[in-house]
Ligand binder design. Structure first.
Ligand code: NZQ
Ligand code: ZN
Length: 386
């Protein structure tokens, strides 16, 4: 195992009715900006609950944050923060609302000229407006990490930054808040969380049985509970609770300590969203099988372990087992109703060329945290999934 430091200060309030503890988590006299998306919280009643619990506080609102949140929208929110001397941000929504709120929190205290540099030039986030979160869509892990992914409409770029300064002070996770999710978003959440775990687990062995078994436990939970969620006629509390906690555990940093991470699938997937607006999880379901086929010799040890422990694949030659493992993974995404081929989304070689050119323009020679994927391999990865 490699050396690591681990610190996660996010307080989690998990379970039914936890909203009633919200007021106790926010500093007295805070000037709060409640941020939210395109209106789901108004339809499912969460908005009213939040307003009721915060009736003794000074609150302002910023709604309309879109899925795959944009820099342009964040600038609008930033104006409200500055004009109203906001000193606490409360994000109520899915990963997009949380990510946008984190970026606004960092931008408000940014001393440089343009906070886009946090994303484009990795400008350091020295401080941020404190924030809390009420999660309504389990998927990204944004509720318990310092990551944020923002799209710039003008240039069609989707970039990520990470800073402990924007970790929420608390996150409320009430599984009942997910009951109003459309099936498509439930599935997206399962696939996103699944691929987060894979990106931190399916690389190279470093003798890390605790992290490996935790990762495998989350993957098995997502498969079992994911299938239950698909079959259920009505949302089931335990099922949603397990999915919610699995997604949080998938990207709160715990399973990545001391091991070799990758993130190639996400890096390439972000380009598919940037160019074609595909849902984040859909891009991952397309790209991951391509990455695994392309790297199956190099990542053989972990792939065989994953195949055996998660999919129960024990018979046949290594080559047979490796292929079966990747097929099972892709079949799971398809079973959830996600189309995993580029052609199924009317995407072809032209987009592959655009992605290659974009990486070349950025001066990228190798992709992923292990730097084991040459730029030209990105083309093969995508061609496998045409
Ligand atoms: O906008 P509203 O009306 O709220 O509707 C949203 C949106 O249309 C809806 N929704 C959310 N909760 C709901 C609900 N509808 C009914 N009932 C509820 N309870 O769902 C739609 C999608 O929401 P969004 O927040 O976009 O989804 P998700 O949580 O999957 O977030 C995706 C974004 O997170 C980024 C992605 O790139 C993408 O931009 N990621 C963030 C990460 C992080 N911060 O660590 C890591 C991830 O890898 C990912 O990149
Ligand atoms: Zn993701």
């Amino acid at each position: 195992m490699e050396n690591f430091n681990y610190y996660n200060p996010v307080k989690i309030l998990f379970g039914k009715g936890k909203i009633y503890e919200l007021a106790g988590e926010i500093p007295e006299n805070a000037r709060i900006l409640i941020t939210f998306g395109k209106g789901s919280i108004k339809k499912n009643g969460i908005y009213n609950q939040v307003k009721e619990v915060l009736e003794d506080f000074t609150t302002f609102e910023f709604g309309g944050i879109e899925a795959n949140p944009t820099y342009e929208t964040c600038l609008e929110g930033l104006g409200i923060i500055k004009d109203n001397k906001i000193d606490f941000l409360l994000a109520v929504g899915g990963g997009s609302v949380l990510d946008a709120t984190k970026f606004m929190a960092a931008s408000a205290n940014f001393s440089g000229e343009d906070s886009w540099e946090i994303l484009s030039k990795e400008a350091v986030v020295e401080s941020a407006v404190p924030l809390g979160a009420i999660l309504t869509l389990p998927a990204t892990g944004s509720e318990m990490n310092g990551n944020s992914v923002i799209t710039r409409q003008k240039t069609m770029e989707k970039l990520a930054f990470s800073s402990s300064e924007v970790m929420p002070q608390f996150s409320i996770l009430d599984p009942e808040y997910t009951f109003s999710l459309p099936q498509r978003q439930v599935v997206n959440g399962i696939v996103d969380a699944f691929v987060h775990v894979i990106e931190q687990y399916l690389t190279y062995p470093v003798n890390s049985p605790v992290q490996d078994r935790m990762a495998e436990g989350i993957l098995l939970t997502l498969i079992e509970e994911g299938r239950k969620a698909m079959e259920a006629e009505m949302p089931d509390y335990s099922n949603r609770a397990n999915l919610m906690w699995a997604a949080t555990m998938g990207l709160n940093g715990l399973i990545s300590v001391g091991v070799k991470q990758d993130w190639t699938t996400h890096i390439i997937g972000h380009e598919l969203t940037a160019f074609h607006g595909l849902d984040h999880a859909v891009t991952l379901a397309i790209v991951l099988p391509g990455v695994l086929y392309q790297k199956k010799s190099e990542r053989k040890i972990k792939l065989l372990q994953f195949g055996e422990r998660v999919w129960g694949i024990k018979e046949g030659s290594d080559e047979v087992k490796l292929n079966k493992t990747i097929q099972e993974t892709e079949a799971f995404f398809r079973e959830l109703g996600i189309q995993t081929k580029l052609s199924e989304h009317n995407i072809g070689n032209k987009t592959i060329e655009r992605i290659m050119n974009r990486f070349k323009d950025r001066g990228i020679e190798k992709i992923g945290m292990q730097q084991d994927i040459e730029l030209e391999e990105v083309r093969y990865i995508l061609e496998i999934q045409l």
